[in-house]
Write a protein that binds this ligand. Structure first.
Ligand code: SF4
Length: 343
């Protein structure tokens, strides 16, 4: 578990990033912090991350921050939580064993932050105009845990205030980190949904090293609710383990005890059962060889997926039991909350 905000061990900066004000600010900040700073021609090809083995390199990469310019300004779609993924950062310092970034980021597990924030926001504006008069939702945490690095960059804070001014745009993101204090006074205008990823103690204890402890996440959620943000929780991955029903019930009890009344009429829950693909299983076993994460294909149901890569989810009966149990808990403790989906 991690209580202190992330500080990179090593920083790479693209020369082009210094053409943007944020690039210059970050370089100065990291120099003042006494961090080692290297140059990289491209954030897509960072070479010489220290480490003798792949295992060491992977760990060092997850403590390395690359300051770059986002060139691809075509946003991916982000169903079911939003229309688009807005790309402010890629990668994460957390070590959640099940994290899908291990497969999607492949050989580039280092953390990238993009300094051309205005260009990214201009692109968001274009998407909003194309869809007008419909509301367009942007998800800022598809490829990173953006809150986990925002105490360094304040990119997210800037985006929250940008969407605070926008009629047709909404911002949303999810985090497992509690370092939210600098976001509490952002002028969000109720247009950003601030979500926390939460889970039963067992899952957090065994599978989420390098992230904030649950109690600190809940405390941060309370502060965020008191700052007037619409609040949400993602319970993911919902994972069957001994005593899972009690484990999840205790989670909702803790949330119930901590959250102010004012937040409860506009809380969302997103429920995602544990799943894995065959390629993901191989990568997880390589990166976290001692993991207790159960990934036994025979015990799961196969669901066909895009690009021919199917995923293994729980059996129909297990899925039903999980869904019923969690939805009942939510109904008990948060009767006015909206369950956005169970998948
Ligand atoms: S905090 Fe989120 S993005 Fe980071 S390792 Fe864990 S699951 Fe992945």
């Amino acid at each position: 578990m991690k209580n202190k905000p992330f500080v990179p061990q090593l920083v790479y900066i693209e020369p082009r990033a210094l053409e943007y004000p944020l690039g210059v600010i970050l370089k100065k900040k990291f120099e003042d912090m006494g961090l080692e700073i290297r140059e990289t021609t491209s954030h897509n090809q960072v070479r010489n991350i220290p480490g003798d083995t792949d295992f060491q390199k992977y760990r060092n990469a997850k403590s390395t921050l690359v300051v770059g310019v986002r060139k691809t300004l075509k946003f991916d779609s982000s169903k079911p939580s939003a229309e688009y993924a807005i790309p402010f950062a890629t990668g994460c310092m957390g070590h959640c064993h099940y994290c899908y970034l291990q497969t999607t980021m492949g050989s580039k597990p280092y953390i990238r932050t993009y300094v051309n924030v205005e260009e990214i926001l201009d692109q968001a504006q274009q998407y909003m105009e194309e869809r007008a008069p419909q509301i367009t939702r942007f998800e800022a945490s598809c490829t990173s845990d953006i809150v986990g690095i925002d105490h360094l960059t304040h990119t997210l804070k800037h985006a929250i205030e940008y969407f605070g001014q926008s009629e047709l745009g909404r911002l949303r993101f999810v985090t497992k980190f509690h370092h939210v204090d600098h976001l509490l006074d952002a002028k969000h205008n109720g247009r950003t949904r601030f979500r926390f990823s939460v889970n039963a103690d067992y899952v957090i204890k065994y599978f989420e090293p390098g992230t904030s402890p649950l109690d600190l996440r809940i405390e941060a959620a309370r502060k965020v609710a008191e700052a007037g943000y619409p609040l949400g929780f993602i319970v993911a991955p919902i994972y069957i383990h001994e005593g899972w029903q009690e484990g999840y019930r205790e989670l909702f009890e803790k949330l119930d005890a901590a959250l102010p009344q004012s937040a409860r009429d506009d809380i969302t829950f997103e429920l995602i059962q544990h799943r894995f693909t065959k390629p993901a299983k191989r990568v997880i076993e390589k990166n976290y060889p001692k993991t207790k994460l159960e990934m036994n294909e025979e015990e799961r149901r196969y669901k066909w997926g895009r690009y021919g890569i199917g995923k293994y989810i729980y059996s129909k009966e297990e899925e039903h039991a999980l869904r019923e149990s969690l939805e009942t808990d939510i109904d008990t403790y948060f009767p006015n909350a909206k369950i956005e989906y169970f998948t």
